[in-house]
Design a protein around this ligand. Sequence first.
Ligand code: KIV
Length: 287
Amino acid sequence: MTQLSAAQRTPDSGKALYGGKGTRRITVRDITAAKDRGEKWPMLTAYDAMTASVFDEAGIPVMLVGDSAGNCHLGYESTVPVTLDEMTMLSAAVVRGTSRALIVGDLPFGSYQEGPVHALRSATRLVKEAGVGAVKLEGGERSHRQIELLVESGIPVMAHIGLTPQSVNAMGYRVQGRGEEAAQQLLRDAKAVQDAGAFAVVLELVPAELAAEVTRVLHIPTVGIGAGAETDAQVLVWTDMLGLTGGKMPRFVKQYANLRSVMGDAAKAFAEDVVGGTFPQEEHSVH
Ligand code: KIV
């Protein structure tokens, strides 16, 4: 039998999530199978169709329409003000811009805290109106009833524990799970979301050793951000990863490009051409 190269292995052939051009969208079943094979995978945030199409073509298998859109796309100071209408609109754009990635839509603050029925109503909008394949919500033990009802209703859920930015007013932006008691609580949270039926769990800003333990104990994949190297997957906010976000970056961000200077230089070059009368030229004109 012909062996497939890494680049040819696709979820369609039951193989790697990253590294091939599958002919159908990735599903949560593919994600579960990747954990069984011990395979690591990348996830990026996306908030618009064009950026999402670039990541889709690059083979990123899972994209999160995160409520980090609040800070990184919509100009808010945190994720707290983001609305369900905004998340629905951004998620629909990302779905339209992609054909292969699994798109996970974030439930924003205030769209699921009232209880399971509230969560179901909100998640249903992301699934029906935006077309996402899964939703994400924050909280461990405190969100397990919401997760249970969504999963029972046929909506796959990615959970999110550790630092949960929607609770910034209560917890600040601090490393979570430090110390024995906090570590035990994080383990309880991780097990609670798995037992409730979540297909994956984001671990944000927790010590690497604790994230490694959670990854060993759970049978669902862990997706780390600031959680060390041992999680099953890694996620970064795309504007951080590509150097578009201004200001100081958290230590866990690796910057793979500097779009802020590329775009700024291009904007200045355009402005100078216009002011100096060197744009447009004959080839940019119609007669
Ligand atoms: O909203 C978001 O982008 C997130 C990631 C940081 C996991 O929740």
